[in-house]
Design a protein around this ligand. Structure first.
Ligand SMILES: NC(=O)c1ccc[n+]([C@@H]2O[C@H](COP(=O)([O-])OP(=O)(O)OC[C@H]3O[C@@H](n4cnc5c(N)ncnc54)[C@H](OP(=O)(O)O)[C@@H]3O)[C@@H](O)[C@H]2O)c1
Length: 320
């Protein structure tokens, strides 16, 4: 039985984590092209922090809004879709938790185009670490960097959920991996990489043989990262951890070394085949998704506070 009322986080304005509360709202009604999902768990994301603290002011963000750009769960009502009731799914992006209500709730009404079936024996919490983080790592590494086992990969800004996932995937593939952190005490968290390096802001000239680089610090260090790869190498800018979002005065002639390629990944376009490939890779390589901490939905305020205050290393998962 689908209840009439559910618990959810509803935001209308910039909100500190300690002020986030669960409220009771009506369970959304299904409509054609959308399915009702019973949310079992969801991961927290850096982009949701940006939205909650500031971006929610923007006209393009729906208000009031249930945030949350991803979740895992079961189909509660398939509406007119190809899904079956109780089918196991993951959902992400496409405006979720931005232009329509997202996953910080017991149920979510989601467009069929961004809901994907999965076959996996992972627990709900392990599975919840996958959709956005592993999809972004996967797309950056394979679609953008064309990663092969012969490559030596640099992950700049390795101590984030995405960094840990990228290192895990690249190591499972057989690559050599170097990863950086901007905090000396976090070097030990990069033990799964072959080499952990303290990022002082300038790394050009300190590496040899890097063929691919995943830039997670972002525009703040991108010019330098472009000088860390060898000729023929590729740099993919995926992250914005450095808090700099665009590159003003970027001079492609001087800033991109001869024969180095620059690309970027945006996780807005997930597809069923990619999700199937990711879960199959996880299964084949016995990958246990990297999780920093798990909180029940009732403690979402604490989970968000811990994220804002960098208290957790790795993916934060909220269990519903
Ligand atoms: N392009 C896309 O479509 C896409 C999709 C998903 C995520 N992203 C981006 O990828 C990045 C990682 O996302 P996530 O969800 O994995 O993040 P996350 O797990 O929430 O990571 C945040 C943590 O990164 C750490 N960090 C590491 N290096 C940093 C640096 N140089 N400056 C500041 N903090 C640093 C911080 O901890 P410490 O300071 O303690 O190290 C912070 O706690 C974010 O910028 C996110 O916006 C992009």
């Amino acid at each position: 039985m689908i209840p009439e009322i559910m618990k959810a986080v509803v935001l209308s304005k910039p909100t500190l984590a300690e002020n986030v509360r669960l409220t009771e709202v009506p369970v959304p009604q299904v409509r054609p092209g959308w399915v009702l999902v019973k949310v079992k768990a969801f991961g927290l994301n850096h982009s949701e922090q940006i939205l909650r603290l500031n971006e929610i002011r923007a006209d393009y963000i729906r208000k009031p809004l249930i945030p949350g750009i991803e979740c895992v769960g079961e189909i509660a009502d398939p509406s007119d879709s190809h899904f079956q009731k109780s089918q196991k799914i993951v959902a992400l992006m496409g405006g979720m938790g931005r232009s329509f209500d997202g996953s910080y709730a017991e149920y979510a009404l989601l467009p069929v185009s961004h809901v994907f079936s999965v076959e996996s024996d992972l627990s709900w919490t392990d599975m919840a670490a996958v959709p956005e983080t592993y999809f972004t790592a996967w797309g950056s590494l394979f679609e953008c960097l064309d990663l092969k086992k012969e490559d030596t990969l640099l992950v700049r800004g390795g101590t984030c959920a995405l960094g840990y996932a990228a290192i895990q995937i690249a190591k499972a593939l057989g690559c050599q991996v170097a990863a950086t952190t901007h905090k000396e005490k976090k070097l030990s968290l990069l033990e799964k990489a072959d080499k952990a390096v303290l990022d002082t802001g300038t790394l050009a000239g300190t590496f040899f043989g890097i063929t691919k680089a995943l830039e997670l610090v972002g525009p703040k260090t991108l010019r330098d990262t472009l000088r860390c790869v060898e000729k023929g190498g590729i740099v993919c800018n995926t992250g914005i951890l450095g808090g700099v979002y665009t590159l003003n005065g970027f001079d492609p002639i001087k800033d991109i070394p001869n024969g180095v390629y620059l690309t970027g990944f945006f996780s807005s376009y997930p597809a069923q085949q990619t999700m199937t490939d990711i879960f199959s890779f996880i299964n084949c390589h016995h990958i246990k998704p990297e999780i920093g901490a798990v909180y029940p939905l009732e403690r979402i305020s604490e989970a968000l506070f811990d994220m804002d205050n960098h208290k957790v290393d790795g993916k934060i998962v909220v269990k519903v």
